[in-house]
Design a protein around this ligand. Structure first.
Ligand SMILES: C[S@@+](CC[C@H](N)C(=O)[O-])C[C@H]1O[C@@H](n2cnc3c(N)ncnc32)[C@H](O)[C@@H]1O
Length: 468
């Protein structure tokens, strides 16, 4: 492949796929495209490029070329923390917002390992939450990999390293001449719509409103400008408050102003809807924060933990989730978490995530210097925010109580249950908590309640101890 042929091929690939090939790819391209030259009995790459130009954008050869210039490396449960996050945070949040048909988009699906891993998590979640019917869209530019994905048949060795509890319930094991192969279950295959889609196309024939988009390990192939444009368009496809998952080597640049970075490679779109604005208090609306305005203010959402040694108000909004607040009166160190017990992974014991949220809070407090034996607890939340989830809030409360009992931490007060969301402001230094019910957002259908705001102060530790 001459320099001129390589330059022409790079331009063509950039125009068709957005992929910016480096000069170092020349040997790879020669190797991958050699069979296409042989197939068409062509003597040079220049002739091959002419053929593609002649056939045009809808010609039969373009697909074969795209298949050879794209990289399809993928695995089941690749970068596994994203799948835990989907299970533990994204899906519970959708449910807490009343969404029973969460929509997920896997935007560079390759041969299907990624969308099937997502579908396994979604199926597990749907099994534990009656009436939840997730929907998964899986797209890729390459029609050939999408064909493989749709078939859903893999060598069992592709599951190496993945706990069998995650995949075995969702596959049919091959027998006879199919021994050594697994086929994705009909339930998984039905959950996913497979389509070819070029992320650099001017328009995407897809309905917006995804709860999460997995666009992993594809942006790295584009130049920075293309990357920015695609992220801006992915943003428009998300629901307010939706999540964007990127690959391990990918980060947001200019578009990051619209997103909050929740974890490395996990971003959440800011929720600017009127409902969110009402529920958000944020530091921008000072009057909504009760108590001393001089206090440091921190907001947490589901999955978060915040502990502090300096006087801080930790605010959160709870539906059926639970927050446990802990504080040590003597040192003035305290903190709060926000978690949901159901939605645990299939591979862990019940309460794995809740236990983790409490372990983390205790560890942070200990690191800051709080003494475990001086800790006292308050529990908030666990409301019945959805009719069909009658037991979820109760389960969360029961879990928090039993964990605290096991840890020997006295519970001094609870503000739990009910059928409305609860807004909590917990003061880490003195254990005081301001709560108000938020009717309207979560009230059961058909029941109209006047907006009611109350700020009862839950008993804290009283006056500061003399030794402080
Ligand atoms: C390295 S694989 C990543 C697969 C999977 N997301 C993962 O992380 O395991 C990259 C995929 O992006 C696809 N791709 C490349 N350019 C694309 C484009 N312009 N539009 C859509 N998909 C593209 C490739 O066909 C390939 O399947």
């Amino acid at each position: 492949m001459s320099d001129a042929e390589l330059a022409d091929l790079k331009r063509l690939v950039l125009r068709l796929t957005g992929i910016a090939l480096g000069d170092a790819k020349r040997p790879l391209l020669v190797m991958r495209l050699a069979d296409r030259l042989a197939h068409h009995r062509l003597g040079s790459f220049a002739e091959y490029l002419e053929l593609i130009e002649r056939e045009g954008a809808d010609g039969p050869e373009i697909g074969a070329m795209i298949h050879r210039v794209t990289t399809h490396k993928t695995d089941f449960f690749r970068e596994p923390h994203h799948f835990d996050y989907l299970n533990d945070v994204v899906l519970p949040a959708a449910l807490a917002n009343g969404c029973r048909k969460p929509r997920i988009w896997c935007a560079a699906a390759s041969t299907g390992e990624e969308p099937y891993s997502l579908a396994m998590v979604l199926a597990g979640f749907a099994r534990r939450h009656a009436g939840v019917r997730p929907n998964l869209l899986a797209t890729d530019i390459d029609a050939k990999v999408i064909e493989t994905a749709e078939r859903g048949v893999y060598g069992v060795e592709r599951m190496a390293g993945v706990p069998s509890s995650l995949w075995q319930p969702h596959v049919d094991m091959g027998k006879g001449k199919y021994t050594g192969q697994v086929r994705m279950s009909p339930a998984l295959r039905e959950m996913i719509s497979f389509r070819t889609l070029n992320l650099t196309d001017d328009s995407w024939p897809i309905e917006a409103g995804f709860d999460a988009i997995f666009c992993r390990n594809v942006l790295i192939y584009f130049d920075p400008e293309t990357r920015e444009q695609i992220v801006a368009r992915l943003k428009a496809m998300l629901k307010p408050g939706g999540w964007l998952m990127l690959g391990h080597a990918e980060t947001l640049q200019r578009q990051s102003v619209h997103f909050e970075r929740c974890r490395p490679t996990i971003y959440r779109l800011a929720d600017t809807s009127p409902a969110a604005a009402d529920n958000q208090h944020a530091g921008t609306n000072e009057r909504r924060w009760p108590g001393d305005p001089a206090l440091q203010r921190v907001e947490i959402v589901v999955g978060d933990v915040h502990a502090s040694e300096t006087p801080t108000q930790v605010r959160t909004l709870l539906g059926s989730c639970v927050s446990v607040a802990l504080w040590d009166d003597v040192s003035g160190i305290g903190g709060m978490n926000h978690f949901l017990v159901p939605g645990m992974s299939d591979d862990g014991p019940p309460g794995r995530f809740g236990g983790h949220a409490l372990d983390l809070l205790l560890a942070q407090l200990a690191e800051l210097g709080a003494r475990p034996r001086r800790l006292r607890a308050k529990i908030f939340g666990g409301a019945r925010t959805l009719r069909s989830d009658m037991g979820v809030g109760e389960e969360n409360i029961a879990f928090a109580r039993s964990y605290l009992e096991g840890a020997g931490i006295p519970i001094v007060s609870e503000r739990c249950g009910g059928d409305a969301a609860l807004e909590v402001y917990f003061q880490t230094h003195d254990g005081r908590a301001f709560c108000r019910r938020r009717y309207g957002t979560f009230a059961p259908a058909g029941e109209v309640r006047p907006p009611r705001i109350e700020f009862p102060v839950l008993p804290g530790s009283g006056p500061r101890p003399a030794q402080r």
